[in-house]
Design a protein around this ligand. Sequence first.
Ligand code: DC
Length: 218
Amino acid sequence: MGKPLIIAIDGPAASGKSTVARRVARALNCVFVNSGEMYRAFTWWTLKNDVDPTDTDAVIRLLNDTSFTCGHEELIGFVEVAGQRLSEEELKNDAVNSSVSAIAAIAEVRARLVAEQRAFANESSLVMEGRDIGTVVFPDTPWKFFIDAAPEIRAARRNAEGIGDSIEARDRADSMRKASPLKVADDAMVIDSSHLDIDEVVDIVVNAIRWENESVAS
Ligand code: DC
């Protein structure tokens, strides 16, 4: 067995990175972690507690009173906020979609969740997807991928999922924030998925890793 693999997959909303990351993890027998779920879970908790997501001091007070439990089951990562595991509908509802960027822009929130994200690497090989995994969370990993797609294609993909999500506004906020903005790591492989299907993107990532890492079973 070689060293545990840490595979960072970043990209904007609806670029397909979640599906790709999940499939790459399955192909390589690694834990899959969706770091966006952590920001979404804490956003849900903020709204549940009637804390205004733009009131940074109040959000930080709540953060300091909140426990997070992270782990994985059958190689899929999960997060519990204040002891609660949330449903897909709770994590992706309209209120969370429109507030998550404000919460994710708060440096204290990021520091807390980045510590949880790094703890996953103590245990096993993993594929983690998000916005700053290659730039901030695991800057030393050689396995960095940035999955992009043209804005109109991403908007169409999100509409097809039937989810009301203003991805343009979210991407703008995620890219312009001071704390760990969405950007391409200097040493990331950029994959434009605009005209590729999921299988093709998964193959590019898995083959790039297998090509250079003989310890990965094929
Ligand atoms: O991947 P997603 O769309 O579910 O992420 C939701 C939000 O969480 C996204 O708009 C920005 C934030 N996020 C982040 O700031 N850093 C990450 N590593 C992952 C997500």
